[in-house]
Design a protein around this ligand. Structure first.
Ligand code: SAJ
Length: 410
């Protein structure tokens, strides 16, 4: 048995490594030769706890190998990006490119799985691209269970920071283009998933993934809306939510400085794009969460007006707690905009990175230790609930203005 994983990024690489760790031969394919070289040396080019150890192990046993050129395999797992384009529609060009890359090596009996988060209908498009490239093979959209090639969607659902645990523990939704497609996909996932593999059709599987992330986005938007209402009504939103959550059927999420990351702030737009007239709550949740960084910036600017060039300490740059990923981070956005507004001397505290991004340094932001920042700042802005911040001694905050977007200071 040989499995090929197309796209060796945040999902593809951990998946390839975990499958390989079950003793299966895995060939990882990526268009980036640097990533391929790095992996073949037993190293990794992305950040994820413990992934380096697993990759080093499976590369040294020969179970995982990376290449830029697809080669024949029994199963292909496609884990490429599906960005939401500036033009406000999902960009499936990476899936199309992956289809065209594997088509020449595709054979009778092969299984092709789409793992990338995708708009409803993408798996059918993948099948159409494969069919166009290989008219000599039969496909499930024409022949159902009897087709040469089996195709299924199985969306990834792992939480960054816990990818290795969740890859194995989480249940998987598996949507084949026919029953035989689903069953063959379940067989593959059973080799490394301890959770349940639940069968549905491809469109439902696509929508299930988008629904999960939209559910979270809508619920965070509700919490963010409550935080703005509470500010206006002079209520502590954290106490409010704690109390409301005492009700057996209420479970409100946490407000924050906005929603970052690569999924929750993107995937709901796939639904809005498919059904713009119907997806009203989903769209509004996106707008509410995207507006939250500006609300926080306004709060800081107002607080800074009370001082003559205050020292402002911004705690955290990552997109969420206890990770070092600064991409698509509302915290980073807030610090950057504050710096450009020249409201004071800005210190950034981010214990999970060695140095802060260059664009912040150019904008005059200074990296600072937590102790230094707490001591020297007039205004403290908590942007991420890192454990270092939660555990810090906060006695000296009594004399400071504190804007706490994460509710870690009482
Ligand atoms: N956030 C809040 N308040 C909360 C929870 C989160 O403001 O109560 C913010 C975070 O600070 C962060 C953003 O939301 O900026 C997203 O963080 P997250 O931890 O909710 O999610 P991600 O983006 O790291 O991972 C999500 C997960 N989806 C769900 O929990 C439904 C993960 O399981 C998915 O696999 C992943 O998206 C993905 O790849 O789609």
């Amino acid at each position: 048995k040989k499995v090929s994983v197309i796209g060796l990024g945040y999902i593809g690489l951990p998946t390839a490594a975990v499958v390989a760790s079950r003793g299966i031969e895995v060939v990882g394919v990526d268009v980036n030769p640097m990533a391929v070289d790095t992996i073949n040396q037993g190293n990794i080019h992305i950040v994820e706890p413990d992934l380096d150890i697993v990759v080093r192990g499976v590369v040294s046993t020969g179970n995982l190998r990376a290449t830029t050129q697809p080669e024949p395999a029994e199963a292909f797992m496609i884990a490429v990006p599906t960005p939401f384009k500036e033009s406000n529609s999902p960009d499936l060009s990476y899936i199309e490119a992956a289809a065209n890359a594997i088509a020449p090596v595709l054979d009778k009996g092969n299984l092709v799985i789409l793992e990338s988060t995708s708009p409803v209908g993408a798996t059918e498009k993948l099948a159409a691209w494969l069919k166009a490239a290989r008219p000599d093979l039969t496909f499930p959209q024409d022949l159902g269970d009897a087709a040469d090639v089996k195709i299924a969607h199985c969306p990834e659902r792992v939480l960054p920071g816990y990818v290795l645990q969740e890859l194995v523990a989480n249940d998987r939704v598996i949507g084949g283009l026919s029953k035989a497609c689903s069953e063959k996909a379940v067989e593959l996932y059973k080799t490394f998933v301890r959770g349940e593999c639940i069968i549905t059709n491809a469109r439902t599987a696509e929508m299930a993934k988008l629904t999960e992330n939209s559910f979270r986005d809508v619920n965070i938007a509700f919490a963010n809306e409550l935080s703005m209402i509470s500010d206006k009504l002079k209520i502590n939103v954290w106490e409010l939510i704690r109390l409301a959550n005492r009700h057996p059927r209420v479970n409100i999420l946490n407000p924050g400085p906005g929603v970052g990351g690569h999924c929750i702030a993107v995937d709901p737009w796939f639904i809005v794009d498919s059904c713009p007239d119907e997806a009203k709550i989903i769209r509004q949740a996106r707008l509410t969460n995207d507006s939250k960084p500006h609300y926080v910036i306004d709060q800081v600017v107002k607080a800074a007006d009370e001082f003559k060039r205050p020292v402002i300490a911004c705690l955290g740059l990552a997109f969420k707690a206890d990770i070092d990923d600064l991409r698509e981070s509302p915290a980073l956005q807030i610090v950057q905009e504050l710096a450009s507004k020249n409201v004071g001397q800005i210190f950034a505290v981010e214990p999970n990175v060695e140095s802060i991004p260059e664009q912040l340094v150019y904008a005059g932001v200074e990296q600072m230790t937590l102790e230094g920042a707490l001591e020297r700042a007039n205004i403290i802005v908590v942007l991420v609930d890192h454990k270092q911040f939660k555990e810090a001694d906060k006695t000296q905050l009594a004399t400071k203005v504190v804007i706490d977007t994460r509710g870690i200071i009482n």
